[in-house]
Design a protein around this ligand. Structure first.
Ligand SMILES: Cc1cc2nc3c(=O)[nH]c(=O)nc-3n(C[C@H](O)[C@H](O)[C@H](O)COP(=O)(O)O)c2cc1C
Length: 316
């Protein structure tokens, strides 16, 4: 797995390091895009150096205002959000946020998106060679923007086009973030791999809505949003398992991780690494608890390395 060799472990404990196509991570747990801001927001609460990797909120070529408010509502077992990919654009991110993140010893992965395949490729090209950025995560799965996002991730031809065009513009490791809104996830995983993805990540949130029964109006200004959190974990697990079986490249599993248990299930299902999203809002320290929990599990099971656990699902 990966191009770069893995350095010696820091402690005598189990080896927690993973290498995602050249992104050297000290443990397999990363912060999911959109749920950890640009790191600064969490820095007073969490030692960023202890994260496996930090994926920033989605960046586009130009700044975006996002959707009108209200754009977030709690649901039983999760959260429905329709932020609409608000972001400061390439220039805003590289000038305002990246210098802060560069002070830390944590791989920074930039989540990117565009409104056309050309725009995805252009933003990827702008990041190519930018110091302090270790990889790109291509979001072809956002349910909250009218053009782009999910439309790319649910159409095999558009998935192939976005990935191929983006690949040509950057040498950075390319993580393609798949949409869960498809019937055969393995097919989309294979298309991403065939068109140059180094890694795939899944899942993004599910299209969903909430209605205020007193006003009989939708709660979100955008009417619909994306459901994330514990409610989606079992579905995510099945999709990660199918996607991992379909490709040779590493898989990052996410969706509803609230403890090491869900993270371990993703790894056993075939994920090389995992990302924690919605749970960061209720407990900013959750990622580090998940890291400790995985380590304790490896000790209990007498496993030397977390890499041994990937894809160890027992099927009789
Ligand atoms: C408020 C919010 C904002 C998000 N923004 C992005 C984004 O900008 N890009 C992206 O690829 N995913 C985004 N996501 C999706 C998460 O990265 C993750 O795929 C999803 O929430 C499932 O994981 P979870 O159940 O642990 O939250 C966002 C999720 C939430 C809750």
């Amino acid at each position: 797995m990966g191009k770069r060799k893995i350095d010696a472990p820091a402690t005598n404990g189990p080896d927690m390091r993973v290498n995602l196509a050249g992104i050297a991570m000290k443990n397999p747990v990363m912060a999911a895009s959109g749920t950890f801001g640009y790191g600064k927001e969490y820095a007073p609460l969490v030692d960023l150096n202890k994260l496996g990797a930090l994926v920033v909120k989605g960046i586009s070529l130009r700044p975006e205002r996002g959707n009108e408010t209200p754009r977030i509502v709690e649901a039983a077992g999760g959260l429905i959000n329709a932020i609409g990919l608000q972001n400061p654009g390439f220039d805003g991110f590289t000038k305002k946020h990246l210098p802060f993140l560069k002070k830390y010893k944590v791989p920074v992965i930039v989540n990117i998106w565009g409104r056309s395949a050309e725009e995805y490729a252009e933003v990827a090209g702008r990041f190519d060679g930018v110091r302090g950025v270790q990889g790109l995560e291509v979001n072809i799965s956002c349910p909250n923007i009218k053009r782009g996002g999910i439309a790319f991730g649910t159409d095999p031809r558009l998935t192939a086009e976005v990935v191929a065009k983006t690949r040509r513009k950057t040498k950075l490791p390319l993580i393609v973030k798949l949409s869960p809104n498809v019937t055969r996830i393995g097919e989309f995983a294979r298309i991403a791999e065939a068109n140059g993805a180094d890694v795939i990540s899944l899942i993004n949130s599910f299209p969903a809505m909430a209605i205020d029964i007193e006003t009989r109006a939708p709660v979100l200004a955008n009417v619909t949003g994306g459901l994330s959190g514990p409610a989606i974990h079992p579905i995510a697990l099945k999709m990660v398992w199918e996607a991992a079986a379909a490709v040779e490249i590493p898989v990052v599993g996410m969706g509803g991780i609230t403890s090491e248990k869900e993270a371990l299930a993703f790894i056993i299902a075939g994920a090389a690494a995992v990302a924690v999203g919605t749970a960061n809002f209720t407990d900013p320290g959750i990622i580090l608890k998940v890291v400790k929990g995985i380590e304790a599990y490896l000790v209990r099971c007498k496993l030397k390395s977390v890499r041994e656990l990937t894809g160890s699902l027992q099927l009789s």
